[in-house]
Design a protein around this ligand. Structure first.
Ligand SMILES: Cc1cc2nc3c(=O)[nH]c(=O)nc-3n(C[C@H](O)[C@H](O)[C@H](O)COP(=O)(O)O)c2cc1C
Length: 126
């Protein structure tokens, strides 16, 4: 399973690269790269609880390979915290793997890595 990430100010990019190294896979940038196989999407929340336009464009083209979603956000946004994950999960019928504040915590990393390793163990999702 690949990781595909969208990041404006670097929080998600750093998280995605760290997770990719930990699990031994690639992290592809949705703005410049194309996923060749199934992926976990890591993005952020923009506007007021919205999915970034660059993530939407990517999903329009590659949504069939999406297997799960993580959104970063900020607790500052209250009810709209990391809402992009819910929106994408609902639209594409995939699980919300995590919603993280900014770059995420060690516990968030464990949660995401556990999910990724489960997918690999069962071998159903690449
Ligand atoms: C203009 C603007 C709007 C934002 N809107 C939301 C929001 O609605 N909900 C939320 O949880 N975070 C919101 N955020 C916070 C970002 O999602 C958060 O900082 C995230 O970690 C950014 O990821 P990045 O560093 O990878 O770009 C917003 C940030 C900016 C600058």
């Amino acid at each position: 399973m690949l990781l595909a990430y969208d990041s404006l100010t670097g929080n998600v990019r750093r998280l995605a690269r760290e997770l990719a190294t930990a699990v031994g896979t690639e992290a592809v940038d949705v703005r410049t790269q194309t996923p060749e196989r199934a992926y976990l999407l890591l993005t952020y929340t923009f506007g007021s609880g919205q999915v970034p336009g660059s993530t939407r464009t990517f999903l329009d083209q590659h949504g069939h390979l999406l297997r799960g979603v993580v959104s970063s956000g900020s607790y500052h946004w209250g009810q709209n915290f990391a809402q992009a994950a819910n929106v994408i999960a609902q639209t594409h019928g995939v699980p919300v793997v995590a919603k993280v504040n900014k770059g995420g915590t060690a516990a968030d990393r464990v949660r995401i890595l556990t999910w990724l390793r489960e997918q690999n163990r069962y071998g159903t999702l690449d």
